[in-house]
Design a protein around this ligand. Structure first.
Ligand code: ARG
Length: 656
């Protein structure tokens, strides 16, 4: 049950007297910011008054006189210019809390019109170890899938692995030329990634070499412009000022190009001193071409390259699977890019026959309204692209699952790709489903740059998980040692709790960010016991179980309907109402696919639980009746926390 919808239902017919479309008016019903304004506030009297040229307070009075809030609200007040403040009826609240307690779904009703939703997430390019950049897509996608499933939608998760791109050309080329058989035998993916990086390094060298003359030419042009400006005579003061401004900006540009030239020169000196690398540069002058050729050969079915691909893939799969297992992430499907290879020709043909792709400078392009550059679906040399595969994927998914919505949980740098992809798909005839790029920001280091190790390599995801668990372990041990002996956790329990807190902390830190912002990665912050963190919420759960243990209370055993629920203390009442808002929090997430609304809810719930805990003694409650009532509130709190965290892929423990 959603409190918000219950109240809205009562107002719907009344507001129909004031507008044809009542939705925008109903949308003005919000939880109150402050308890003194009741539990909910409806602000629609102001716009209605403005439109009908009537005093809003008068409109508010009229609405209040008409609406029937019997059994739902015990107090309705008109405040200020015409705010309608609503206070929920105590009996209604108690009865709803009781039904939530008796309900496995904690009072959350499945949505009446379930949608079929595909979530494309994680989708790493394999053959390189997963890095910090993959954490966001993986945890955001997984939590959205869990939340939507819980709300009753038909969710299909698909890991669109990058298992067919140029990186395989690089690895195949590298394997043929640089592989160390022994190392490959011992740790295949590690060796493959070393090979990948080495090939990347060689290719970078040639790219840098090619950029040198461009930089020099640019410098020359800039200097000529400066000389021209400096010798020019100016008609008046205004022109002189403008010229001085131009001159300044040109000089800044020169400084930055000179900086780039200098660091390039440094780079060439360093590489020249590396004789092995220099030798390889000499031997692999055409590496960029060669890599493309290896990729093309793989795509054309060359026996040797296909055999290598088949050999590498299981190792790559094992590697990512290890990370998924630790993070407790599963997919319904893993149709990687390679799955679509045989369909790409037909997709391109279809675009041609339907007249929505045209040739431009030898490449096959889809021109789209509102975009300067077209979407290329086939290169001049016949090669297909990332976008061609994504189009084939859309067709495949539409044929197979007929989704109402498709979410792509991919970082914000690909937004142009997805904007074009969705436009092209609509042009192609897929106008039905709601395609949504669920984009997210970058994980930053404390230095304000994308998170990297000191050597400059992005951090492997496994290393990151290990470190989070290690740091959590230290913390758990510290807390544990301070406990009286009888209450201490065993060393196995400490390990288990460290795992739950470490991985939970990492996921929560990511999910609690507004997904489009960048955020700073900090172990200290993610594991803090106070504040908006997993450990804080997880500890609230454990605290409830601490109370249960001390009070010999066995949840799920008492007769809820026979127990009286008392909400006299304001802290009890606020906690109860927050618990009833669980469904509201979950439904809100789906409007913009923002899991941080759930972490926010759980954090606030934990804070309210903390004030309840401070103000309302449970074990020492004045009467046995009150104690039982408080046990029930504790129980529902623990269950909502457990369910809520599990929708974020985070576990809890009764003892921490
Ligand atoms: N493999 C891609 C990358 O790492 C992400 C794929 C996202 N999904 C998609 N359907 N394009 O950048």
């Amino acid at each position: 049950m959603s409190l918000l919808s219950e109240i809205k239902n009562r107002f719907t017919s009344v507001l129909a007297d004031y507008a044809d479309d009542v939705e925008p008016l109903l949308a003005m019903l919000k939880p109150s910011q402050d308890e003194k304004f009741g539990d909910y506030q409806l602000n629609c009297a102001m716009p209605i008054g403005k439109k009908s040229k009537r005093p809003p307070r008068e409109v508010a009075g009229e609405i209040v006189a008409k609406v029937d809030l019997d059994g739902l609200c015990e107090k309705v007040e008109i405040a200020g210019p015409g705010f309608i403040n609503l206070t929920l009826d105590k009996n209604f609240v108690t009865s709803q809390v009781k039904s939530a307690l008796a309900d496995e779904r904690l009072g959350v009703t499945p949505c009446p019109n379930p949608q079929t939703v595909i979530i494309d997430f994680s989708s790493p390019n394999v053959a390189k170890p997963m890095h910090v950049g993959h954490i966001r897509s993986t945890v955001i996608g997984d939590s959205l899938a869990k939340i939507m499933r819980f709300l009753g939608h038909n969710v299909i998760t698909d890991n669109h692995l990058g298992d067919w791109g140029t990186q395989f050309g690089m690895i195949i080329y590298g394997y043929k030329n640089f592989a160390n058989a022994e190392k490959y035998e011992a740790a295949p993916v590690l060796e493959l990634s070393t090979i990948y990086r080495y090939v990347r390094r060689l290719m970078d060298y040639f790219e840098k070499k090619a950029s040198q003359p461009r930089l020099e030419a640019e410098l020359l042009t800039l200097k000529e412009k400066v000389a021209e400006l400096e010798s020019a005579e100016h008609e008046n003061e205004k022109a002189a000022k403008k010229a001085a401004k131009n001159l300044k900006s040109l000089k800044n540009k020169i400084a930055s190009v000179e900086g780039a030239t200098a660091s390039l020169a440094d780079y060439f000196v360093t590489t020249a001193n590396d004789s092995d690398f220099s030798n390889d540069l000499e031997k692999h002058k055409d590496i960029a071409q060669a890599v493309l050729l290896e990729t093309a050969k793989l795509h054309e079915g060359d026996a040797e390259n296909v055999a290598l691909w088949n050999e590498f893939m299981p190792h790559c799969q094992d590697e990512i699977q290890r990370v998924y297992a630790r993070l407790d992430i599963e997919f319904d499907h893993t149709f990687g890019e390679s799955h679509y290879h045989s369909m790409l020709g037909d997709v391109v043909e279809d675009f041609k026959t339907k007249g929505i792709a045209e040739e431009s400078e030898g490449a096959l392009c889809v021109f789209l309204d509102g975009f300067e550059a077209p979407m290329i679906i086939q290169k001049r040399d016949g090669a297909f692209l990332y976008s061609t595969t994504d189009l084939a994927t859309i067709k495949f998914r539409m044929d197979k699952w007929k989704p109402d919505a498709v979410l792509y949980v991919v970082d914000h740098r690909q937004s142009d790709h997805f904007d074009k992809l969705f436009a092209a798909a609509r042009k192609w005839g897929y106008s039905g489903p709601d395609f949504f790029h669920c984009s997210f920001g970058t994980v930053m280091g404390e230095d304000g740059k994308p998170y990297k190790t000191r050597s400059g390599d992005t951090i492997g995801l496994e290393g990151l998980l290990n470190r989070a668990v290690e740091e959590a372990h230290t913390l758990v041990n510290e807390v544990n040692e301070k406990r009286p002996e009888a209450e201490r956790l065993t060393s196995d329990e400490c390990k288990d709790v460290a795992n739950v807190i470490g991985l939970g902390g990492l996921k929560y830190a990511d999910l609690s960010q507004h997904r489009s912002s960048d955020y700073v990665f900090s172990y200290e912050k993610m594991l803090a016991l106070k504040g908006d963190t997993a450990p804080y919420v997880q500890y609230s759960y454990a605290r409830v179980y601490g109370i249960f243990r001390k009070g010999d209370f066995e949840p799920n055993t008492q007769d809820v309907s026979a127990t009286k629920l008392m909400l006299e203390n304001p802290a009890e009442r606020s906690l109860a109402i927050k618990l009833l808002r669980f469904e509201e929090a979950l439904s809100d997430i789906l409007t913009e696919y923002k899991p941080n609304l759930l972490t926010g809810y759980l954090f606030e719930l934990s804070q309210l639980f903390a004030s309840f805990f401070e103000q309302c003694p449970v074990l020492k409650a004045e009467t046995e009746e009150l104690k039982q009532s408080r046990f029930l509130l504790c129980d529902l709190t623990a269950r909502v926390i457990k369910q809520g965290l599990s929708l974020l892929g985070i576990q809890v423990r009764q003892k921490m």
